[in-house]
Each structure stands twice: as C-alpha cells, then as structure tokens.
Design a protein around this ligand. Structure first.
Ligand SMILES: NC(=O)C1=CN([C@@H]2O[C@H](COP(=O)(O)OP(=O)(O)OC[C@H]3O[C@@H](n4cnc5c(N)ncnc54)[C@H](O)[C@@H]3O)[C@@H](O)[C@H]2O)C=CC1
Ligand SMILES: CC(=O)C(=O)O
Length: 308
C-alpha cells in the first residue's frame, strides 16, 4: 500500500499545530517539515515524534527542503513573513514574495501532488500558487471560508442549542472582510433557519461575529492555530479517503458563478484528486451583489501582485 506523505511549509503556530493534529488523527505516514528556522523545525520534529510514539501506527516526521517534494501527496502552505494585525491583506506583499521563491523551484523538482494553502490572504495566495505551479486547477485548493463556516455553525449551535454538525449554514466569498453567510440556503433538515428560529436569533449579528472571530482571537493570543489546524486536517482527510464531501473552499473559478481568473470560497466536492466539482448556488439578488463585491476585492489583491 502506498504511504501517504504531506509536507508542511512554515512550521510556526499553524504549521506545528497542524502537524500535531495530523499525528493525533493518524492522517498520514510521513509529515515533512520545512522552515527557514531549522532549529525550530528540528525542535518540533523531535516533540512530534515523542507524541507519535504514543500511537499504534508508525508516523515518520522528517526535516526537508521544499524542493525535496517529488514524492509528496499534499503540500500545505502555512508560511508568512509576519502576521497581520487588522486585515489579512497586510500579509500580501511579504507572503507573495515567499511563494514566488518557493513554488517554481518545487515544480522544477518534480512536485506532482496537491497544494493546500492556508497562508493569508488565502484566496489571492491560492491563485498565485496555481499560476506559479501550472497545475490543473483542481489540484490547488485554499482553506478559504471553511474555518469561517465552522465558526458560523458553532456560534449558531451555541445560540440554538444544537450540534454545529447538524446545521447546514455556510459562508462564501473571500476569507476576509467581504465574506458573507448564505442565509437563503441555510437550514436544519431542510427547514430554512429564518423560518425555524425567526425572532429568537440575531442572524446578522452571528454572521458578523463569525467574520470577526479570527481577529478576536488574534487580539488575545496573537495567532489562531487550533481552528485552522482542524480545518487543514479535515480537508486532507477528505482527500485521502476520497470522501466526496462538500466543503466551502477557495477554488479557482473558470466560468462558475460567471467569473474567471480568481480564487474564492465556494462549496466544492473533494475527492482523492482534489476539487472534483464546484457547486453553483442559486444566489438571491442581494447575495449576487455581495459575491461580486468579494470577487472584485480578491481580484484587486491578485492584480496588486501582478498576476492576471
Ligand atoms: N486561512 C486561515 O483560516 C488562517 C490562516 N492563517 C495564516 O497562516 C499563516 C501562518 O501563521 P502562523 O503560523 O501563525 O505564523 P508564524 O509566524 O508562527 O509561522 C510562519 C513560519 O513561516 C516560516 N517561514 C517564513 N518564511 C519562510 C520561507 N521562505 N520558507 C520556509 N519557512 C518560512 C517562519 O520561520 C515561521 O516559522 C499566516 O499567513 C496566517 O495569516 C492563520 C490562521 C488561520
Ligand atoms: C487568522 C485567520 O485568518 C483566521 O483565524 O481566520
């Protein structure tokens, strides 16, 4: 049987917590760590191997250069030159330079797997990775608004006293300020949320809280890590198990929703090859406008880094 191998580029808060989550959930047989800070990567590798020794399955944690990637199934991008304080866009100039220095060299060295991008601003960086890699679009995925969607579900769940996994509500658009919940399609067992909990739940306020949650956490602990590590792990698990589950992810659009040349958060089905199919929702008029606005914002970031 083929061993499943992932590479994590950038083992700071997000990368190291992701590696720890992989170990504990038995996602793969090898986790290759890459970081400019070799001492940090070495420390994490030894600590992770200690944790892995408690597991029944064998997990190898290796230290590699990003160019040593020809045998890797999924490369997870969690690098940054410095974390944003107020808007994810603050990271654009720094992280896009790092991506430029990494991705083309990986392709020259035979990378032939799937890229999964968490680095912010997530949609623009996903698009940049796709452009620089030359891979088919279904093999470049951003974590997009899946974390925001899970945040929305758990906030609704807290208010409605129901498990988040039973709530079919979700967010689309940018992993950033222009994202929005698609209330027209949000339901519990087919009953629209507005009908079910009318007058009891302030949906607009919950949408805002979900959108702002990242920075609420950042203000207090200077990073977010557990939520995004669970997001990354879940996406990898669906790929490795060919689950065909639909999540709200950053996908490269090629005509879907009437847009091209952009990566943005939309519902999409995952299989062992990456994005199997983008689900096109029938937005109401207001949602069409919000989506158009979000696409324009991400396109602005993409143009800023001189990609068309
Ligand atoms: N998409 C999402 O929902 C989320 C995204 N993020 C993003 O994840 C990224 C990482 O965040 P943190 O882990 O907190 O940052 P961090 O600063 O703790 O880690 C970044 C790591 O990247 C390494 N690095 C920098 N340049 C590199 C290069 N050229 N090659 C290899 N490694 C390099 C650094 O040495 C550092 O260890 C940020 O862009 C952050 O905004 C964070 C949380 C949620
Ligand atoms: C930092 C970030 O993007 C988040 O936690 O949503």
């Amino acid at each position: 049987m083929k061993l499943r191998k992932v590479m994590i580029i950038g083992v700071g808060n997000v990368g190291s917590t992701t590696a720890y989550t992989f170990v504990n959930r038995g996602i793969c047989e090898e986790i290759a760590l890459v970081d400019l800070n070799k001492e940090l990567a070495y420390g994490h590798a030894q600590d992770l191997l200690d944790a892995a020794a408690y597991r029944q399955n064998m997990v190898k944690v290796s230290l590699r250069e990003s160019t040593d990637c020809a045998d890797i199934d999924i490369v997870i991008i969690t690098v940054t030159s410095g974390l944003a304080q107020k808007s994810r866009k603050e990271e654009l100039d720094g992280t896009s330079k790092i991506i430029e220095s990494i991705v083309p060299n990986m392709m020259k060295n035979g990378f032939n797997g799937i890229f999964l991008v968490a680095t912010n601003p997530c949609d623009a960086i996903t698009y940049q990775v796709w452009k620089l890699s030359g891979l088919p679009r279904h093999r470049v995925i951003g974590t997009g608004v899946w974390l925001d969607t899970v945040r929305l579900r758990r906030l609704l769940g807290e208010k409605m006293d129901i498990g988040p996994q039973s709530i079919d509500a979700f967010i689309v658009g940018e992993h950033g300020d222009s994202q929005f919940p698609v209330w027209s399609h949000s339901s519990i067992y087919g009953i629209n949320l507005n009908k079910l909990e009318k007058n009891k739940v302030d949906f607009a306020q919950i949408g805002t809280q979900a959108r702002k949650m990242g920075f609420e956490i950042m203000e207090r602990k200077h990073c977010t890590e557990y939520g995004i590590a669970s997001t990354i792990t879940e996406i990898c698990q669906h790929i490795f198990t060919n689950s065909h589950r639909a999540l709200a992810l950053s996908c490269i659009l090629d005509g879907e929703y009437g847009y091209k040349n952009v990566a943005i958060g939309v519902p999409a089905i995952l299989d062992q090859h990456g994005i199997k199919k983008i689900i096109e929702l029938d937005f109401i008029e207001k949602e069409k406008q919000l989506f158009a606005n979000s696409v324009e914002i991400v396109k602005g970031y993409i143009e800023h880094i001189n990609l068309k």
